[in-house]
Every structure is written in C-alpha cells, then in structure tokens.
Design a protein. Structure first.
Length: 424
C-alpha cells in the first residue's frame, strides 16, 4: 500500500469520527499549550531579569573580594598554615591583579557606611565610598555634569544621579528633592575618648554628578580613598593601613566585554572571589533553565494523560473497524500496511493537537504580555515562544501519539483476516 493511500484512509477515518477526534486532540492541545506557555513565560522572565541586570551595572566591571576558606579545607590545616591560604587584598596582591592582561583600571575600595550628609534644612544617610582619584573616571561611570575629583581634591565628592532625591527635612521628615551639584555637604563624626564625646565636621563639595545607572549605585557618594581612610582613623582613634591589613574589596574595569570571563578566571586563579554582571547573569540563567525543566515536566504530565486518551480512541477505532481490517487483509494488505495506517492515525491526533496547542499558546502569550504590567507593578514582559520550542512541542506531541497508538496498532496488524471478517 502506498503511503499517500494510507494518508487518505487516515484522514477519511478521522473525519468519520469527528467528535471523538476533536475531543482526543483537545487533550493533546491542552498539554502542548501548557508546555509552550509555561516555558515561554520562564524564558521571558529570564530575559527580562537579565536585561534589568545589564542596565543596572557596567558589564565590564569585576568586583574582587578577599578569598574565603571552607570548613573541609580548614579541617585539613594547622593553625600555622591557615594564614598562607587566606588571601587578603593588600597592596602586593592588588598589584598582581592589576598585571592581568585585559584590565583597563583597578581601584581598591574603602567604605564608611551610614553617614549623615547635611545640606541646609535637609539631610540624607548614605555610604561614603573611597576610590583612587586617578582611577575614578574608569570605575564610577560617566558624568552627567561636573568633573571627577583629583589627587588634590581632598574634600571633593561625586554623587550618583539620584542622591539629591534621597533627602528629608530635619524637622518634618518630609522628603526633599535638592539640586546637589556644586553644593557643600556637611558630615559630622563623633567618638568617645576618656568618657568624653568628641565631634569633628567635614565639608565636602559636590564637584560632579554621575549619569543614572538604574541601580542602588545612583544613591552613592564617592570620595578620594585616603580621605575616607583618614575619617575612619579619626573615628577609631587608631592608625589604619589597608595596604597591609587588606581592603574589603576592589573594583576592576576590563577593557573589553569579551575579556570579562578571562579576567575573572585569572583573579580566581590567584585566590580571590571575582563577581561580575556576567557572573550574576550566568547564575540566574542556570536557575531559570532548571525552572524551565520543572515547568516543562509538570506540563508534560498533562500531555502523557492525553496519550491515554489516544490509546482509548485507537482501541475503540480498531473494534469499530475490525471487519474493514479483515477486508483490507483479504485483498492483499500486509501487517505492516495496517500497522503504518493506524500509527499514522495516532500520529495525526498528536499533530493536530500539537498545532492547536501551539496556536493556543500564542494567544495565551499575547494575553500575558498585555496584562503583565498590571500584574508585575509596571514591568512588561514580552512572552514569545521561540521557534525551537514550537517545533519541539509539535514533534513531542506526535511522538506521544505514536507511542500511545503503537500497541493498539500492533493489535490491529496482528488480527487474523478470517476472524476479522467474521466479526460483527
């Protein structure tokens, strides 16, 4: 029997039992729609999160932290050699990092957290981040207005784009929005010495305002690193030398985006922890890949259940057409011809259900895209099913149909012509 003859017979038989065909295909349709829609949502969320992360930070920046030691390593060490394993960001190690190929600039970081910046009747609480003056233009980002501070600017600062929006009234605690550029900010420190309170005020001039990054960095305040260290020394009433004791972190600016992974690996080889936007994106993407498998697996269960419906449909079809099978065998149809014909019928149920499921998923994805801003506080996610997912879903539905229809088809192929012709 030619394959086109088998296809004609299959389509004619499906058309005769139109209601049963539609109901069986609907089961497959729901399963396919669930798979495509859920995975599409996961892909869209992943893409949206990645885009937000990329827009909120410089993708060419790598943040370096001192190395850490895990418990297993600690159990195998003596007290004497622990110090040789734990690496700190002192001057020597910073110089090693700076020699790595592909690095454009690097600056150690020294921070003074929760400082109160006063301006007129308002104030703002923020961290003062100390950076090297000769590296600040590479590390902090582009300027909206003003200039970067230099080595001669001991009490000059540059601020994030939204720092001026973070002020409150001293008396009423109402929010204030001030034009911060060119203004003088007052910071007052106090310490306890011999039971007495000592205070010291610093006046910082805002010499530059950075362009918005769309992240918490928009509220940062940057100052020369030596100024921040001297403030901390006064506060603690002791000498501080991070070049020896180590900095809490360092910021590395890479020349090219493609070199970020290479630089990060080299930093880790030296023994430090390196985190970049790409590192975060990779970790998040891995989580979403796992989520896609979980959601796809849950949705696939409904498709497997639909396969049970195909088994039932095919079994009933064989009972109804037993005499027809006997006639076909009597006029020369082989077992293989009968098997192929019924497998094509089962595959057709999977195909029609798969195509319908894809079309339904397109509709659901469109609706989800429209309502996402209302469901996610203004964040719109563009839910689109990738082509490979559509092809996979339809092929998977066809395979489910073939697998589900194999045993009923095999039973039909093995029917005896004599018994089939006698069947009423």
């Amino acid at each position: 029997m030619r394959i086109n003859d088998s296809i004609k017979i299959v389509l004619r038989n499906l058309g005769r039992s139109r209601t049963r065909t539609i109901l069986t295909s609907i089961g497959v349709l729901i399963g396919v729609a669930a798979i495509v829609t859920l995975i599409s949502i996961s892909i869209a969320l992943n893409r949206s999160v990645v885009e937000q992360i990329e827009s909120s930070g410089d993708i060419k920046v790598v943040t370096v932290f001192p190395s850490s030691i895990n418990l297993e390593e600690m159990q195998n060490m003596t007290i004497r050699n622990i110090d040789s394993i734990i690496k700190i960001l002192d001057k020597e190690n910073l110089e090693k990092i700076e020699k790595i190929d592909g690095i454009e600039a690097m600056s150690p970081v020294f921070e003074f957290n929760n400082l109160k910046f006063e301006l007129g009747k308002g104030y703002s609480v923020a961290s003062l981040t100390g950076l090297s003056p000769n590296k600040i233009k590479y590390i902090s980002g582009e300027l909206e207005k003003g200039r970067y501070f230099t080595n001669s600017d001991k009490y000059s600062v540059i601020v994030g784009a939204k720092f001026g929006e973070n002020f409150v009234d001293k008396n009423t605690n109402k929010e204030l929005e001030v034009d911060i550029y060119g203004k003088n900010l007052k910071v007052t420190l106090q310490r306890f010495i011999n039971g007495e309170i000592e205070k010291k005020s610093y006046i910082f001039k805002v010499v530059g305002v950075l362009k918005s990054k769309g992240s918490l960095e928009d509220y940062n305040v940057y100052a020369p690193i030596n100024t921040v260290i001297s403030m901390r020394e006064w506060m603690s009433n002791s000498s501080i030398n991070p070049d020896v004791t180590g900095y809490s972190r360092a910021i590395v600016k890479v020349k090219d985006v493609n070199s970020v992974e290479y630089v990060s690996e080299k930093i880790q080889d030296i023994g430090f922890t390196a985190i970049s936007v790409q590192t975060i994106i990779k970790a998040i993407s891995n989580v979403f890949i796992i989520l896609q498998f979980i959601l796809g697996g849950i949705a696939a269960i409904s498709l497997i259940v639909a396969g049970v419906g195909i088994v039932n449909t095919m079994t009933m079809s064989i009972y109804e057409r037993t005499r027809q099978i006997g006639i076909m065998k009597a006029i020369g149809a082989s077992n293989g011809d009968i098997l192929i014909m019924f497998l094509l019928e089962a595959a057709s149920l999977g195909f029609f259900g798969g195509v319908g499921g894809v079309l339904l998923s397109y509709l659901l994805n469109f609706i989800i895209t429209l309502i996402s801003p209302y469901m996610m506080q203004g964040l719109k996610i563009n839910v689109v099913a990738p082509f490979y997912l559509v092809v996979f879903a339809i092929i998977f539905a066809i395979i489910i149909g073939i697998v589900a229809g194999y045993f009923p088809s095999k039973r039909a192929a093995n029917l005896s012509p004599v018994e089939a012709l006698r069947y009423e």
